[in-house]
Design a binder for this molecule. Structure first.
Ligand code: FPP
Length: 232
């Protein structure tokens, strides 16, 4: 096999939590709970591999359409997880960043997110970006509003992408989506322009470090051209 290439930035749509739980006769939230444990394992594994950025899609701007109970339980899970794991995240060298809207989530979670961004910003090995109430179109619209508000006169791709939620963070090299769906589903629309896409049938709660290695082996074989012609 060719040498394993480690992407600088991996983005993941952690899909299939609900299906995984229902297939086992459990409430959907149990799939999200197991999903949070898998996310933790993948974060640690990526940090050890030398991945610099890992972006995880935890809640989309469309997910508000789910039953109210599931939305509430999902936010409780996120809040409890982040509160309980703070020290461990710092110990593991995880810097947390959040992308998405902050005007529709509860005040408690918003304050917690700001505190965590501040407290995890030193001595880190990996930056984990959690997308919460995030939508790619919404991200672009908010960036346009910022540009208008700042009365920016000349806008090019560089200056515009800095106004997006990922800001200075480089575009993902690899995007993984689990559970068989082959869509972007309004994830990082602008930033995924040249990203390699990898889809697997495995539901997120069953995703393992072996699965991730399979995605990385596949990624390593891809020839990234960015619109150029590569020499034969
Ligand atoms: C998609 O599965 C998953 C979500 C909408 C939520 C993802 C959230 C987690 C894994 C918890 C995250 C927690 C941390 C700390 C990262 P789905 O419910 O759409 O599954 P389905 O398509 O089978 O219904």
């Amino acid at each position: 096999m060719e040498d394993l290439k480690i992407p600088r930035h991996i983005a993941i749509i952690m899909d299939g939590n609900g299906r995984w739980a229902r297939q086992r006769g459990m409430p959907r939230i149990m799939g999200h709970y197991k999903g949070s444990e898998v996310a933790e394992e993948i974060v640690k594994f990526c940090a050890n591999l030398g991945v610099e950025y890992l972006t995880l899609f935890a809640f989309s701007t469309e997910n508000w359409r789910r039953p109210r109970e599931e939305v509430e339980l999902l936010f409780d899970l996120l809040k409890n997880y982040l509160t309980q794991k703070k020290e461990e995240l710092i110990r593991e060298g995880v810097r947390l960043r959040f992308i998405g809207r902050r005007d529709r989530i509860g005040k408690d979670l918003k304050n917690l997110m700001e505190k965590l961004e501040e407290e995890t910003s030193k001595d880190y090995r990996i930056t984990v970006i959690l997308a919460i109430d995030y939508g790619g179109r919404d991200d672009i619209i908010r960036a346009v509003r910022k540009a208008v508000h700042q009365r920016m006169e000349s806008i090019d791709e560089d200056t515009f992408s800095r106004l997006l939620d990922l800001g200075e963070i480089p575009d993902p090299d690899l995007m993984i989506r689990t559970a068989g769906e082959r869509r972007i589903s309004n994830f990082l629309l602008w930033n995924l322009a040249y990203t390699e896409l990898y889809f697997t049938e495995v539901c997120w709660p069953d995703f393992t470090t072996e699965e991730l290695m399979r995605a990385l082996e596949d990624f390593s074989k891809r020839k990234r051209k960015f619109g150029r012609v590569l020499d034969e």
